[in-house]
Write a protein that binds this ligand. Structure first.
Ligand SMILES: [Ca+2]
Ligand SMILES: [Ca+2]
Length: 386
């Protein structure tokens, strides 16, 4: 490959010598459509890149003496987290010590609650989409604790919980020692219906050693890991969810922010009571690093054409086989009668507001993260039912 490049360059130089300066040769094709620029890592991330072209875009190594409130907001109060948790969340339960965020749950009375702890989030300070997040943490000890590293949507694009989704990268309940849980909640799959999608596995020593809790999130896919071992894998498959629009199954095409908290008691953490001898108990976080793939540098190929356009059970809805791409399809452009209609984040679309009984010619085109597009799909005829 290099040899060919050198030969081409050499030929270009020769040709260039023969050309007069007033006739420049227009041969340059932009290598990256839309002139997407390479990413630069933030300066305060101790591991600025990961193998595979991941660049650190947000991080907290907890190197100062206090919580960096340009990155984190304390959620203060005794609201119970929507799970009848029994702690009062306060600032004084969190400190930064030895390059770690330390949340200490205490047995003390505050705001009508018998326990105090902390919950911090990055809302409006760090919100992310299609990223890889790596958090090194050590779990607290004891029956009644319920720490979590999780994400909620910045904007409720599809409505209030659970419609706009929740991503629990990791949760831990102290009475079930060493078992780490990874769960997503959506309109169709949530714990109110008992249909949440989750994975659990035992990892020895989560209370005594730091482990990396990690998530890789791409369109239609969320995978979680503990110390590099896969824990949870959530993927959108339209064929199995023909009865609902994709946002009821996989609303994860919007910005989400991070939450780190140590709850006490509650519907899950307190399911076997609270052992009052465990306090104080601490959750420690060594670092939080957020990476994005550097598509401008990595991506070289256009996606493959979407195939197998099919009618779904849901009215006015079609789905198709995912396109392949060297670094991922960001979205699909949907065309009606040859004109651009709208984008779909995943490989399904529900049409609304068209003319009843009219027949439309539908075509789909895949678009990758730098804007390269596939060929147009075959045409499918859709009769819109009003
Ligand atoms: Ca640290
Ligand atoms: Ca590509």
């Amino acid at each position: 490959m290099k040899k060919i490049l050198i030969i081409i360059l050499f030929m270009f130089v020769l040709v260039g010598c023969k050309t007069t300066p007033t006739e420049p040769i227009e041969t340059e094709i932009p290598s990256v459509p839309n002139n997407l620029q390479p990413l630069s890592a933030v300066s305060d991330c101790d591991v600025p890149t990961l193998q595979g072209g991941w660049v650190c875009i947000w991080a907290d190594e907890f190197n100062g003496n206090v919580v960096d409130e340009t990155k984190w907001t304390f959620e203060v109060g005794g609201f119970g987290g929507g799970n009848q948790e029994v702690q009062y969340y306060s600032r004084h339960n969190t400190e930064v010590v030895d390059s770690k965020l330390v949340i200490t749950a205490l047995r003390e009375t505050m705001g009508g609650k018998q326990y105090t702890s902390s919950r911090l989030n990055t809302k409006y300070k760090g919100s992310f989409k299609y990223v890889r997040i790596v958090v090194s943490a050590k779990m607290p000890t004891g029956r009644g604790t319920w720490p979590a590293i999780w994400m909620m949507p910045l904007m409720n694009a599809y409505g209030v919980w659970p419609r706009s989704g929740e991503i629990d990268i990791m949760e831990y309940v102290g009475y079930d020692k060493d078992k780490i849980h990874s769960t997503i909640h959506t309109e169709k799959f949530n714990h109110n219906l008992g249909t949440q999608l989750g994975y659990s596995r035992v990892y020895e020593g989560v209370e005594t050693s730091f482990k990396e809790y990690e998530m890789i999130w791409s369109p239609g896919s969320i995978t979680t890991y503990v110390d590099g071992n896969k824990l949870g894998e959530f993927a959108y498959v339209p064929h199995f969810n023909q009865d609902v629009p994709y946002n009821q199954v996989f609303p994860f095409d919007q910005e989400f922010f991070l939450i780190i908290n140590l709850a006490i008691g509650g519907t899950w953490g307190g399911a076997q009571g609270i052992d009052n001898t465990i306090f104080p108990t601490t959750m420690e976080v060594d670092y939080v690093r957020v990476y994005k793939q550097d598509y401008a540098v990595l991506d070289k190929e256009a996606p493959t054409v979407p195939t197998n356009l099919s009618l779904a059970q849901l009215k006015n809805t079609i789905f198709w086989n995912k396109s392949n791409d060297d670094y991922g399809v960001e979205k699909y452009a949907v065309y009606l009668d040859g004109a651009f209609h709208k984008y779909a984040s995943l490989n399904q679309i529900t049409f609304t507001g068209l003319t009843a009984s009219q027949i439309y010619q539908v075509q789909i085109q895949a678009v990758d993260f730098v804007g390269r597009t596939s060929d147009m799909s075959e045409t499918m005829l859709l009769t819109f039912s009003g």
